[in-house]
Ligand binder design. Structure first.
Ligand SMILES: C[S@@+](CC[C@H](N)C(=O)[O-])C[C@H]1O[C@@H](n2cnc3c(N)ncnc32)[C@H](O)[C@@H]1O
Length: 217
């Protein structure tokens, strides 16, 4: 495992107990939950789909995924065991899980994934692609495991499209790098465009949060 990856993994293991508390902070939570739910709507889940939530973290979107399906396969993956434990705990608390949906929470590194070629119909990653240490490797693996014609939705953070946005962006960028090993200044869209047909579908906070629809050719 590369040094960069060890640092990301360690960072998320360490932040696990605080992660949901920060995510549930009123200002952050209100917007993030809305963006995540909109991203999930755009994924347009159908019964029978094989779905992957990449870098699931504490699995916040898992209840919303299973709520939208009667049958199929849902896999939530992450590189951090601590985050995955929280995700498993979240699922255990759910009542009336649909019997026809096979749900697994597994450790997987999206830069060298263990899933077979063309396995998934739908994939989603919320705030993961600015965190993975080697973005190009992750994009390449996503294109390998998503079937041809399959859909992937990416929700993430980026540079603002207004000069006023930079007043907020620079302090956010520095604290994200220092505390979260997260690169919100990354051009995720350009990296994805190497392997997918990419369509921007939503923009929030002067472009600092965006949703992309990626189609596997
Ligand atoms: C900012 S968190 C987002 C978590 C969750 N998707 C959410 O929206 O709350 C980024 C997650 O990506 C995971 N991650 C980082 N690098 C990864 C990799 N190479 N493979 C899989 N997961 C990774 C981290 O462990 C962390 O849980």
């Amino acid at each position: 495992m590369s040094t960069k990856k060890k640092k990301v993994k360690k960072r998320y293991e360490r932040w696990t107990p605080l992660y949901d508390k920060i995510d549930n902070f009123p200002f952050i939570s209100r917007y993030q939950k809305k963006w995540k739910k909109n991203a999930l709507e755009a994924l347009d889940l159908s019964d029978g789909d094989k779905v992957l939530d990449i870098g699931t973290g504490t699995g916040e979107i898992l209840p919303w995924i299973v709520d939208r399906m009667e049958e199929g396969e849902v896999i939530a993956s992450d590189i951090s065991e601590g985050m995955l434990e929280r995700a498993r705990g979240r699922l255990k608390k759910l009542e009336n899980l649909p019997l026809g949906v096979d749900i697994k929470v597994v450790k997987d590194d999206i830069e060298s994934s263990k899933f077979p070629d063309d396995h998934f119909d739908k994939m989603i990653a919320t705030f993961t692609f600015t965190t993975v240490p080697h973005l190009e490797k992750a994009v390449s693996e996503c294109s390998r495991i998503l079937r041809s014609g399959g859909k992937m939705i990416i929700l993430d953070t980026g540079r603002p499209d207004s000069v006023y946005g930079y007043l907020l962006f620079y302090p956010m960028m520095i604290s994200a790098k220092v505390f979260g090993k997260t690169h919100i200044d990354r051009n995720v869209k350009n990296a994805l465009a190497e392997k997918f047909e990419v369509q921007p579908i939503q923009k929030n906070m002067m472009g600092m949060a965006y949703t992309l629809e990626c189609r596997s050719p």
